[in-house]
Design a protein around this ligand. Structure first.
Ligand SMILES: [Zn+2]
Ligand SMILES: [Zn+2]
Length: 381
């Protein structure tokens, strides 16, 4: 088990990561910091630049057995941190405001334990994944040809969650996080003089119809399998001028559903609506998809094992408001392995995730390590 001196070093490591946050796709220095901190543990294999700046450390047992993957995230957010803590961000406009510094510290602690004692059988893969926040990282790691070397039988992760009592855990089988995707629509007509709008093609009417039309496709509500929500996030038309009738407009929306099948249907309906409106107005429509998150579902086998490990470690399990509307790209690992993600309470009266003053509670580092270490021991001996 970890000594008090280990824990002090891990907390210092978390604070060092927190001071130097890097946004999705730019986690080169964070990946180097992880490699340096875990070098002592002498992993049997080490994959770097996996799906971007991802790092996978592999620890082998002596007899055959399953591969157990534990995932954390390397990336921070393009949000300025507003905080007085001594370890606040030193990078302008960038902050570790989702607690990924804490998750990666928990994996660094596991590396230390595995460095002292390998599992009896099988393999442990500690995956420090890049680019979670924009939904691209898990897919890129899975698409990397070298992922075949570490294909897991089981995959586990945790996320801290403000609003839940500190150290209490929510873990249910079934849907955990919604699918979501960003849709950019661009409407192009023809610019003209404001006195002669009939000599151009303005997107104004189309925009006026698309705003309520898209919102009507998904009005939110209860998180049943039919749940769908469309959030308009950005709109822009023409130039800021009084003498011009515009010839171009853009509208962005985030589509959200509980299931991947529901997302396929909502995507098709949103595009059909936009195409119908654009065609009726004589406009050209272009579209693109962004920040594509699959739904995240907890498999019953992995959930049962994870719950048993938490109970064995006397970590309190509580009922929570699941699934979450927010998305989480860990869901992609569910296609490759028995996968489950637990939510560790960060305290009832802390700022929310992505708030400018959020800071991962160091008190979650030790229980996070204990829970995963117990899981590894249960599965691999
Ligand atoms: Zn986040
Ligand atoms: Zn996060």
């Amino acid at each position: 088990m970890l000594a008090a001196s280990d824990l002090a070093e891990l907390i210092a490591f978390r604070h060092a990561l927190h001071r130097q946050p890097e946004v999705s796709g730019h986690e080169a220095q964070t990946a180097r910091a992880v490699l340096a901190f875990t070098a002592d543990s002498q992993p049997d294999d080490r994959l770097t630049d996996l799906g971007g700046h991802g790092v996978a450390l592999v620890y082998r047992g002596t007899t055959p057995g399953p591969t157990v993957l534990i995932r954390s995230e390397l990336d921070a957010l393009p949000i300025a941190e507003l905080s007085d803590v001594p370890h606040r961000s030193q990078i302008p406009g960038t902050g570790h405001l989702c607690g990924h510094d804490g998750h990666s510290t928990i994996l660094a602690g596991l590396a230390r334990l595995l460095g002292r004692q390998r599992p009896a059988s099988g393999r442990v893969v500690l995956l420090f994944q890049p680019a979670e926040e924009d939904g691209s990282g898990a897919a890129a790691v899975l698409a990397d040809p070298r992922f075949a070397q570490i294909t897991p039988d089981y995959a586990f992760a945790l996320h801290n969650l403000p609003g839940l009592p500190l150290g209490h855990v929510v873990l249910e089988q079934g849907p955990a996080n919604c699918a979501s995707v960003g849709l950019k629509l661009a409407l192009t007509g023809k610019t003209s003089h404001a006195a002669e709008p009939h000599k151009g093609i303005s997107p104004a009417q189309a925009l006026a119809q698309l705003i309520p039309g898209l919102m009507a496709l998904g009005q939110g509500g209860a998180l049943t399998p039919e749940f769908r929500m469309v959030t308009l996030t950005h709109a822009q038309m023409g130039a800021p001028a009084f003498g011009i009738s515009p010839g171009h407009a853009e509208i962005w929306a985030t589509l959200r559903t509980l299931t991947d099948a529901g997302m396929a249907a909502l995507r098709a309906e949103a595009l059909t609506l936009a195409q119908q409106i654009a065609t009726a107005q004589g406009l050209t429509l272009d579209h693109s998809w962004h920040d594509d998150f699959a739904a995240c579902t907890n498999d019953p086998v992995a959930t049962g094992l994870f719950r048993a490990a938490l109970m064995a470690e006397d970590i309190p399990l509580i009922a929570g408001d699941m699934p979450l509307r927010a998305s989480e790209d860990f869901g992609r690992f569910g296609a490759a392995a028995h996968a489950a993600m637990a939510y560790f309470g960060a305290g009832e009266h802390t700022p929310a995730l992505h708030n400018p003053d959020y800071d991962f509670p160091d008190a979650l580092i030790a229980p996070g390590i204990r829970a995963f270490h117990r899981l590894i021991h249960t599965l691999l001996g």
